[in-house]
Design a protein around this ligand. Structure first.
Ligand SMILES: Nc1ncnc2c1ncn2[C@@H]1O[C@H](COP(=O)(O)OP(=O)(O)OP(=O)(O)O)[C@@H](O)[C@H]1O
Length: 289
């Protein structure tokens, strides 16, 4: 079935610069990006090597790969938090030399301030950008409402469930109207049901924004359910092994879509590619251990 079903299209070659398959100019572009770190005991560790990746405006790209291969490092180059050792990162066609404008982040851990209410946590981004308190709160209230927390705006983070705190994090990110959202396993600490709920919420909220998302996850089901394209990274040092376009229709119900034959067909294709890398990473880890 995977070889005949047209739901995913694979590209094995890394993208050399501009991607002819994309109609618009890339919003994000990694060109032959390599990142090396000094090892604690001496020597150099190459985390990612010769990574070529384009992300179009409004595109949802999921990045999967074996544990510790270099997924977060890839995000950190796009965010400008770290420079590439070789190669370049471009955002909106400009070389990234610091943190680019209109980039939002969401990580596994919450970024809420425990001493502030839900509303003030969400208002903190606009406040930081210089907006007056009242205007920032009005703007925050719109997003608190959109993420379904209108009745909880005066609550403090410790009074909320894990899923509700994730909603606050989403509102905190979206209130800044990002053009790019970098998400590093944002839902991995949640139980399965809450995670699926948050995936649905993310798709619903993202659909109106036009933002591009780069979403790192260990969870292949999550990657396929959410993304327009799934990028598979190799075992360390990571480079891009394959890319799969996910043609499942939108809007998607993430709980329902997983049960469809189309989903299963894509899953098999991507997993066939990923499995070799996971096996290789496991073998390397057992040798090292
Ligand atoms: N600042 C750093 N200094 C030294 N080594 C680092 C640094 N950041 C990452 N590394 C190393 O680079 C490699 C890739 O790390 P990275 O966090 O990007 O992988 P990952 O794929 O996101 O991991 P995981 O699957 O566990 O989330 C790892 O071996 C890690 O130890």
């Amino acid at each position: 079935m995977p070889s005949t079903y047209p739901a995913a299209h694979e590209r094995h070659e890394p993208l050399p610069g501009a991607d002819s398959g994309q109609r618009t100019a890339p919003l994000i572009e990694l060109r032959a990006a390599t990142k090396r770190f000094p090892k604690t005991g001496g020597g150099i560790h190459t985390a990612i090597q010769n990574v070529n990746l384009n992300v179009a405006p409004g595109e949802f790209v999921a990045v999967v790969g074996p544990t510790g291969c270099g997924k977060s490092t890839t995000l950190s180059l796009i965010s400008g938090l770290q420079p590439a050792s070789d190669g370049e990162t471009y955002v909106r066609g400009e070389l990234v030399t610091g943190i680019p404008k209109r980039v939002g982040y969401m990580f596994q851990s919450d970024a809420t301030l425990p001493w502030q209410t839900v509303l003030d946590n969400v208002a903190s981004g606009p406040r930081y950008q210089g907006m007056g308190r009242s205007e920032a709160r009005d703007k925050a209230r719109v997003w608190v409402d959109r993420v379904g927390l209108a009745k909880f705006e005066k609550y403090y983070p410790h009074q909320l469930s894990g899923g509700m705190r994730k909603r606050v994090s989403l509102a905190q990110t979206l209130v800044n109207e990002p053009e790019i959202m970098l998400m590093d396993e944002p839902f991995s600490a949640l139980d399965v049901q809450t995670r699926q709920l948050m995936q649905t919420e993310l798709l619903r909220l993202w659909s109106g924004t036009g933002a591009a998302i780069v979403f790192v996850t260990h969870d292949l089901e999550e990657a396929i359910a959410l993304a327009d394209r799934v990028v598979v990274m190799t075992a360390s040092p990571a480079t891009i092994k394959a890319e799969f376009t996910v043609t499942l229709p939108r809007p998607r119900d993430v709980e329902e879509v997983r049960l469809t034959p189309e989903f299963l067909a894509i899953y098999r294709q991507v997993w066939n590619s990923l499995r070799e890398e996971v096996d290789q990473a496991r073998a390397a880890a057992s040798l090292a251990g």
